[in-house]
Design a protein around this ligand. Structure first.
Ligand code: NAD
Length: 471
């Protein structure tokens, strides 16, 4: 490990750097920066062999300027209190940047998922919810968890089931958690949302010719050479959508090592190979790197860290060759590495913006649960019929007719997934434009992370001011 600044200090330092560009009173800035509450607790897990184990867990609610608070639950043997607080702070800033009306929160359970059976994990999840409920740290209007590292839709389904069983009278009980399976009140597109949002953000960033010229790159994602670290939910989906945009996956890193191919790695074949062999290594046509982190130093246009924090640090920053770093993971770049890379002119798309796709679509899911209706259900067919009538009227006016084929192409009403993806694209593109123009307004020395944090601080400060706390 390096001696780099810890994750929480890093998040606070990026807050301080941005705060210097605002003129809010210091006490208001302090109120925004500090975590509102942290609940640390332990509980027993009965293992399948009958033995008992004490599990350590946290939930941090960083900011109550908007409620509910929102943030994922991380299952990791490495999780610590400061990390949970740092992640909850990032959630507050992230929600503000993409205009999602939540305060930030985060949960952590100190276990490595791989060492437990499914039924053990289910018992951990249910007990975690029970403990949160006892202290009012969960609920549709209080605090709404979601997936994060080591958790997914299955855990969210158990959370929803546990909470609804404990709150039978609560009409909106299913809105207590997002990232659920569709049949349990989930929304189409949530599973892919963070990775898809990463690609929407990258696409927007790569669309500015002036910025790309400064990096010696052409505009657009087509042909860009990409390296991805982490083949989990976020890394896999980011890779999938980048390939759909015409990018080339030249390197991929997982725990067991990394693989490289200048001709491009076929993502689905790598996934199938890993499923069969238990490893991405020895993938036909690719070269193995036994030390996984070497992949971060590969020559490429875009590096996407999508595993854990502090992977790009002072021990490797000077050897990173990527021109763009797309922070899909939370906190992948330490403050020290950030300074080295900024000095070299690397364009860093910060986590606090780039991985906000997950919480954006979680927001849509929460709204769906509160409104008790699928997006598009009321208007889809109406839109189709209106479009059909317009087409036929125009064709009639021109003295012709339209074929069924043309009608089918032109009149498709929007499905839930279309609306979710469109809302996500709008959110990521608009947020990037806002960050970029703030950066231009603040001056050439300002990086995108600082500009994004200035926006976050301004929006949270205004929310507090509107509540009369700081008139
Ligand atoms: P995940 O558990 O689905 O996947 C993480 C992957 O990283 C796993 O496959 C793991 O084996 C791999 N990994 C771990 N250490 C590694 C290493 N040293 N080198 C290479 N690979 C390694 O988790 P996820 O949900 O994809 O989350 C990844 C990151 O994205 C985290 O920082 C998380 O906080 C962030 N994030 C996730 C979401 C979400 O919606 N899931 C939203 C926002 C941010």
């Amino acid at each position: 490990m390096t001696q780099d600044t810890g994750f929480l200090e890093q998040v606070d330092a990026s807050f301080d750097r941005a705060a210097a560009y605002t003129d809010f009173p210091l006490d208001l800035l302090e109120l925004i920066k500090q975590v509102n509450g942290v609940y640390y607790f332990t509980f027993p897990l009965k293992r399948d062999d009958g033995s008992l184990e004490v599990i350590r867990a946290w939930r941090a609610e960083h900011s109550h300027h908007r409620l509910p608070t929102k943030g994922g639950i991380r299952f990791s043997s490495l999780v610590e209190e400061d990390e949970v607080i740092a992640l909850s702070a990032l959630m507050s800033y992230k929600c503000a940047i993409v205009d999602v009306p939540f305060g930030g929160a985060k949960g952590g359970v100190k276990i490595s998922r791989r060492n437990y059976s499914t039924s053990e994990i289910e018992r951990v999840v249910r007990r975690y919810v029970f403990e949160l409920a006892k202290k009012n740290f969960i609920g549709p209007s209080v605090d709404v968890p979601a997936p994060d590292y080591g958790t997914g839709s299955e855990e969210m389904a158990w959370i929803a089931d546990m909470y609804t069983s404990m709150n039978m009278q609560e009409l909106n009980a299913y809105a207590c958690v997002t990232g659920k399976p569709i049949a349990q009140g989930g929304i189409r597109g949530r599973n892919e949302a963070t990775g898809r949002g990463v690609v929407f953000g990258l696409r927007e960033a790569c669309s500015f010719s002036q910025d790309m010229e400064a990096l010696g790159l052409a505009t657009g994602l087509e042909g860009k050479r990409v390296v991805i670290q982490g083949l989990g939910n976020v890394g896999y989906h980011a890779a999938k959508f980048l390939l759909e945009e015409g990018a080339v996956l030249v390197g991929l890193a997982e725990r067991e090592g990394a693989i490289v191919s200048e001709n491009g790695l076929a993502l689905e074949d790598v996934v199938a190979h890993r499923r069969e062999t238990g490893s991405i290594l020895d993938f036909p046509g690719a070269q193995d790197l036994s030390e996984s982190r070497q992949a971060l130093e590969l020559d490429c246009d875009i590096l996407v860290p999508a595993a854990l924090e502090e992977e790009i640090n002072s021990s490797n920053a000077s050897r990173i060759k990527a021109k763009i770093i797309a922070e899909a993971a939370n906190g992948p770049t330490t403050a020290e590495a950030d300074a080295v890379l900024r000095e070299r002119g690397v364009l860093i798309l910060p986590d606090v913006f780039l991985n906000a796709g997950g919480v954006t679509v979680s927001y849509f899911e929460w709204i769906k649960n509160l409104s008790h209706i699928r997006f598009g259900r009321l208007e889809k067919r109406f839109e189709e019929k209106s479009a059909r009538r317009i087409l036929e009227a125009v064709a009639g006016m021109c003295g012709g007719s339209v074929t069924e084929e043309v009608v089918d192409l032109a009149v498709r009403g929007a499905s839930e997934e279309d609306l979710v993806n469109s809302g996500l694209e709008e959110t990521m593109a608009t947020a990037y434009q806002g960050i970029r123009s703030t950066r231009l307004r603040l001056g050439s020395e300002v990086d995108l992370r600082t500009a994004a944090m200035v926006i976050a601080i301004e929006k949270i400060a205004v929310a507090y001011e509107q509540r009369g706390i700081f008139p």
